[in-house]
Design a protein around this ligand. Structure first.
Ligand SMILES: CC(C)(COP(=O)(O)OP(=O)(O)OC[C@H]1O[C@@H](n2cnc3c(N)ncnc32)[C@H](O)[C@@H]1OP(=O)(O)O)[C@@H](O)C(=O)NCCC(=O)NCCS
Length: 174
């Protein structure tokens, strides 16, 4: 029985172990980590899948504040989803989808920001409507496979055709 709960309630060391197993220890060199460098996880949107009866962490999903900076230097805020990770022993049991559904539920009051992630389109398009259709002109602070840079946004959302993804560093007006 899987319960979806706030990731902030889980010991961070357990989450790090899960991510090491799902992605390997080299994961911190990945481009996704550079995109959200220096940002704090969005606690309200970051979730854990647990088996409460066994007191066991099964999976996790984190979200981060990022932005696409267009040619004019304007920042377009987005929510970066990921990593999404499920322990190998529990993969294929619907836990990844439960985490993503949990995120969609949390977002329902604030659904306007585009969601961006680096992942397998076969999974994230099939279940959640993420696509690389509108990200072809986007750049990243490291190597990436354009087919895996995915966004989910309302059809009428204004998304720059070109820009670079990076941390959402808010500038203060002077
Ligand atoms: C990708 C991941 C999060 C999916 O979670 P999960 O709980 O195993 O998946 P679910 O049980 O929700 O969904 C299972 C379905 O998705 C499919 N699926 C799972 N991973 C897939 C992938 N990477 N690409 C395409 N399809 C995938 C399965 O074949 C299955 O399809 P079926 O229902 O037709 O048999 C999980 O497998 C994982 O942690 N993988 C390693 C880390 C990773 O690659 N994370 C994603 C990048 S952020």
């Amino acid at each position: 029985m899987t319960t979806i709960m706030p990731l902030a309630e889980i010991d961070p060391a357990l989450v790090e172990d899960l991510l090491d197993i799902a992605f390997g220890k080299q994961r911190i060199e990945r481009t996704a980590y550079k995109v959200r460098e220096g940002m704090d996880m969005l606690e309200g949107l970051s979730l854990a899948a647990v088996n409460l009866a066994e007191n066991e962490l099964l999976g996790s999903l984190q979200c981060w504040p990022v932005a696409l900076t267009d040619k004019a230097g304007k920042m377009h805020p987005m929510i970066m989803v990921g990593p999404v990770a499920v322990y190998p022993d529990f993969q294929g049991e619907g836990i990844g989808q439960a985490l993503m559904k949990g995120l969609m539920k949390e977002l329902s009051n604030d659904a306007d920001l585009p969601l961006v992630l680096i992942g397998d389109p076969a999974y994230y398009d099939r279940f959640f409507g993420f696509s690389s259709e509108r990200t072809g002109g986007w750049k990243m602070p490291g190597p990436w496979d354009p087919d895996r840079l995915l966004v989910r946004a309302p059809k009428n959302a204004v998304l720059p055709e070109k820009g670079k993804l990076g941390p959402w560093v808010k500038t203060t007006a002077t």
